[in-house]
Design a protein around this ligand. Structure first.
Ligand SMILES: [Zn+2]
Length: 424
């Protein structure tokens, strides 16, 4: 995931009565005020269990983290989640075409169907040392927060709801999904919403990363791999050929000059480059990877259009410089396409996310990010991403860490929200 807390929700500091009224009004149609659920003995028992068994949740988090799950190679970790889902008694445990692991917690009816998901994959390549090291309350390990925390909380919800025999009107499908990170390009949730559970998901929550927060704005992104090609030749003998890396340099210079709005925040980055074979050869290729982001679909489309223009103009200039029309060619391959979107602040699912926290005595901030919820948000299906509690640091770095202090708050928050969303 990538996540930024951008706003402290005013609602969270409004008086309790006003909050209850505001949420109560919306809940009549869609989701109840999670605070009311605290009166339910089974729910209360599950919440107490979630706190009491946090040691187990942390042990799961470490175990999942020590099973490598590089991009496109989530299978082994997926099998462990499948085993746990079966052991805990979820129904219809299955693995779909792309490797998502699903299991149902059946309610009185099939609908509403709530999906609670956490992603299996990490950004770390094969061969990364994934052994978790403990230092007091802090766990060190690549992927320990993002998203082994989410997976462990997912399992804790199932475990404690089963133990307390929580009954719900609707059905919850728990999903350990593939392909959230990087070039995985949300392929797990794309499959989930496009095929596996097409038209069957009423509410979606992704537990991704750490802290207690509610992400309701999906930052969209376009990512390209841009390949410049030319004939190449000897640096001295063939001097005068147009140069693919020359064209790429011109393109990068133009991209760096692009103007983007501050609000909605819109960004661009040339993140990787490569090409060529030796210092004394005119290269036959050059390539770069470019990432552009915005929470606003129109701004994302605009920065993308400017990027396309910059690359095309750069190629034309390089060919013109050497009077070699058509010598350098370029292919811009879209390797990442995460749609932008949002779930309104006053929607029942966002209110439920916030009030589940306040009902438990803590608070959750609203934020924006690029997560699995981008897909349902872009489809206007109610969706949020929440944190799994604790405090994460340096996600996506080998030095990633997770502070377990009071991490049970995230487990309780996710559990109460799950039950609240499975109401009529
Ligand atoms: Zn993540």
């Amino acid at each position: 995931m990538s996540f930024t807390e951008v706003r402290v929700l005013r609602l969270a500091v409004v008086t309790g009565l006003a909050l209850a009224l505001a949420v109560g009004a919306a809940s009549a149609q869609e989701a109840p005020f999670p605070g009311d659920l605290l009166k339910n003995a089974a729910v209360k028992a599950a919440l107490d269990g979630a706190k009491a068994s946090e040691t187990q949740t942390i042990a799961d988090q470490i175990r999942f983290c020590e099973i490598p799950a590089p991009p496109f190679k989530e299978e082994v970790r997926g099998r462990e989640l499948q085993r746990v889902f079966e052991q805990l008694g979820l129904q219809n445990v299955r693995v779909d075409k792309v490797g998502n692991v699903l299991g149902d917690y059946a309610g009185a009816a099939q609908r509403p169907r709530v999906v609670i998901a956490a992603h299996l994959d990490t950004v770390f390549p094969e061969g990364t040392d994934v052994k978790v090291k403990r230092e007091g309350s802090v766990l060190h390990g690549p992927g320990i927060g993002d998203d082994c925390r989410g997976l462990a909380v997912l399992v804790a919800i199932v475990r404690e709801m089963k133990k307390a025999k929580v009954q719900m009107p609707g059905t919850v499908t728990f999903v350990a999904n593939v392909g959230e990170e990087g070039l995985g390009d949300l392929r797990g949730v794309k499959e989930l919403f496009g095929a596996t559970l097409k038209d069957q998901i009423d509410r979606f929550v992704s537990i991704d990363g750490t802290g207690v927060h509610v992400t309701n704005v999906a930052v969209g992104s376009h990512r390209y791999r841009v390949a410049f090609k030319g004939p190449g030749g000897h640096s001295f003998g063939a001097f005068g050929l147009a140069n693919p890396i020359g064209a790429m340099g011109r393109a990068i210079a133009k991209i760096e000059e692009m103007q983007v709005p501050k609000s909605p925040k819109t960004t661009f980055n040339v993140g990787r480059i490569g090409g060529g074979t030796s210092v004394n050869s005119i290269p036959f290729d050059g390539w770069m990877e470019v990432d552009m982001r915005s929470s606003d679909p129109a701004s994302l489309a605009a920065v993308d259009a400017n990027f396309q223009k910059a690359v095309d103009a750069a190629v034309a200039e390089e060919n013109q410089r050497w009077a070699k029309p058509g010598m350098i060619t370029v292919v811009k391959e879209l390797v990442g396409d995460r749609p932008a979107g949002s779930t309104p602040e006053n929607s029942p699912i966002v209110r439920a996310g916030i009030s589940a926290a306040t009902a438990l005595g803590f608070s959750a901030n609203l934020g924006e990010g690029s997560t699995d919820s981008n897909i349902p948000m872009s489809m206007k299906i109610p969706a949020i991403t929440i944190g799994g509690g604790g405090r994460g640091r340096e996600a996506h770095a080998l030095s990633e860490s997770f502070d377990t202090t009071d991490s049970w708050m995230g487990t309780q928050h996710a559990l109460l929200l799950t039950v609240a969303l499975a109401q009529k």
